[in-house]
Write a new protein. Structure first.
Length: 244
């Protein structure tokens, strides 16, 4: 089950679902308010968790491997904590866990620019673009958004209001460190060599509370699955075999 992040939708998985489906049953979906979802925009990740659990109950004949990209990782963490019997293993692909509680200077600057465009200029599309350029920044004047197709950039603009709602929702502060330590399923962390400092810090926080988590580092940044689909597919396929 592939769960996308903020400001993107299932289209951003690229060829990954097709590649994985050669050896596994794969389910992808647009979270509520994103892409082709008919659900309305929400400001509570726990609503997305309930949606994910309902999908697992409907489509998973056995415990599933959940792949949570970015904010999708917050949703999959919550689902695994709530219903571990539905989850075989968990792949956390750079979730920004507690990033708002421990904000980086870059995040603070980005949020000021987002709110300026959103509140003063009344430009939700521009505000969402500012936020996602921060998220997809890879340093040294490189940004994954510059490699997105025109179609994918149009999807970002289409989902701007949903992206801003998730900015309001926070970064999983309701998932406490104690809850994370109680996680009862095997976990793999996936991160990129060019990922932003904010996301690297979040991954370190998770690792501190999940000492058994296996961490795989791949080339690229926060869209590394689009830059190295073969490597990402191989990594995700290996997560199905994880066990304590």
């Amino acid at each position: 089950m592939l769960v996308h992040g903020t400001g993107v939708n299932s289209a951003f998985w690229g060829d990954i679902p097709t590649d994985l489906s050669r050896s596994h049953r794969v389910v992808v979906y647009d979270r509520r308010g994103f892409g082709q979802s008919t659900g309305s925009v929400v400001r509570d990740y726990r609503v997305h968790t309930r949606d994910l659990l309902a999908l697992l109950e409907e489509y998973a004949a056995e415990p599933a491997t959940l792949v949570g990209w970015s904010a999708g990782g917050i949703v999959t963490l919550d689902a695994a904590l709530a219903r571990p019997e539905l989850v075989r293993s968990l792949v956390l692909y750079e979730p920004p866990w507690h990033a708002k509680r421990y904000p980086s200077p870059g995040l603070l600057t980005a949020m000021m620019r987002v709110q300026f465009r959103r509140r003063l200029l009344r430009d939700p599309v521009g505000a969402a673009r500012v936020f996602l350029r921060f998220v997809f920044n890879e340093g040294s004047h490189s940004n994954a958004m510059d490699r997105f197709s025109a179609g994918l950039r149009a999807e970002i603009d289409h989902d701007a209001q949903a992206a801003l709602a998730e900015i309001d929702a926070g970064t999983g502060e309701y998932l406490t460190a104690a809850a994370i330590r109680s996680l009862a399923v095997p976990v793999m962390g996936v991160t990129g060599e060019r990922t932003s400092p904010m996301l690297r810090s979040s991954m370190r926080r998770l690792a501190a509370h999940l000492p058994s988590m296996t961490i795989r580092k791949l080339g690229g940044g926060h869209a590394l699955h689009l830059d190295d689909p073969a490597g990402f597919t191989k990594t995700i396929a290996s997560a199905v075999q994880l066990h304590f």
